[in-house]
Design a protein around this ligand. Structure first.
Ligand SMILES: [Zn+2]
Length: 359
């Protein structure tokens, strides 16, 4: 049925590129709407439509700026402005936002991590400005140079205390998660935390655990965020800043998924379980069997996630935006990262014997 639909509409057609070789089109009629409040009022305000950004003072000179999809932050001090990140989607509107609340100069820039979707407009900042980042961020930017991402001028390994104009920011690196070099940026007086690409408040986050590299570290980062005493989380996406409750909810979603991924692996990836997928197709159809094996585990996890009554009595799709579309992509990443990052609960004994383990 879906293949027929796709064959009829090869190539780009209105809002989708159809091909029988790829993914089927998401039919919005079949998906859960975003929970109420996911789209804040500013998104439809004439001011936002005209300016392309929305800026809020979270507390005592600490500001949140969003382009509606990507966000960043800045802090106004007596000695000048500290800008955190420069997403291209905000671009020069980051400067417009800063200029709308102060005429103090930007004296320091902080890179949360090296990804160009969050700092790819950093060339907007004045030449010679101090740029602080983790030492891995410098290493990666030096290795893959980009004129729009000037190299950091100050780096650190574990902790860095930035003091400027009577204000403080505590920078901390706790290991690889979303990517190596992704840091925590905390304003203790304002109780504002910037931690990018872990929690996207109100949603289950973008595909594949927000396109992250170290999934064990990424899931652990939810706990590390909760170790901070914060009232505001700037997460990098999507339409609003976050609260502790948002982090706790996102953590629960991914912990549920870890549990179901373990179940899927123990059912379908043990030596016995995996055999069924490869027994029926001929040997030269190895790849089709392989796809069915992996996608069966993904489907198992997706089904369990979408039908689970969660801790507050609701389905996940009622609690977080994007659940009915994104869960299958997260499920793939969580299943595969479990196979690559966690214990296989045993291994083959000599010959073909041994206790159950997953492959
Ligand atoms: Zn990123």
């Amino acid at each position: 049925m879906n293949e027929q639909k796709n064959e009829q509409k090869q190539g780009r057609h209105e809002d989708f590129y159809f091909t029988k070789h790829g993914f089927i089109k998401a039919d919005w009629h079949e998906h859960a709407p975003s929970p109420e409040g996911f789209q804040p009022a500013y998104l439809s305000s004439p001011e936002f439509q005209k300016n392309g950004y929305h800026c809020e003072e979270l507390r005592d000179g600490f500001y949140w700026v969003t382009a509606g999809g990507y966000d960043a932050a800045f802090m106004v001090t007596d000695a000048g402005v500290i800008a955190i990140d420069a997403p291209p989607m905000l671009g020069e509107n980051m400067l417009a936002a800063i200029e709308s609340v102060t005429d103090k100069p930007i004296v320091t820039v902080i890179y949360s991590h090296w990804h160009s979707d969050h700092i790819g407009a950093a060339a907007i900042y004045p030449p010679g400005v101090e740029i602080i980042a983790h030492e891995i961020t410098l290493e990666l930017l030096a290795r893959f140079p980009d004129p729009l991402r000037p190299l950091p001028t100050v780096t650190f390994k574990d902790e860095y205390l930035l003091e400027l104009g009577g204000e403080q920011l505590e920078l901390s690196y706790k290991g690889a998660n979303h990517c190596p070099g992704n840091i925590f940026i905390y304003a203790p007086k304002q109780k504002a935390l910037v931690k990018i690409d872990i929690v996207s408040p109100g949603s289950c986050t973008f595909f594949h655990c927000d396109a992250s590299e170290n999934i064990s570290g990424w899931i652990e980062a939810h706990d590390q965020i909760l170790e901070y005493d914060f009232d505001f989380l700037v997460g990098g996406h999507i339409f609003r800043w976050g609260t502790r409750e948002d982090v706790i909810t996102a953590r629960e979603y991914f912990h549920d998924m870890l549990g179901f991924a373990d179940e899927a692996l123990m059912q379908m990836s043990t030596p016995d379980g995996v055999g069924e997928f490869f027994a029926i197709p001929p040997a030269e159809q190895y790849s089709a069997a392989n796809e069915n094996w992996i996608n069966s585990m993904v489907n198992y996890v997706t089904e369990k996630m979408l039908t689970k009554i969660t801790s507050n009595g609701q389905l996940w799709e009622e609690r977080l935006a994007g659940v009915t579309t994104n869960t299958k992509y997260h499920a793939y990443t969580v299943v595969e990262s479990t196979r690559t990052e966690r214990s296989h609960k045993g291994y083959q004994k000599r010959g073909t014997g041994g206790e159950d383990f997953f492959i």
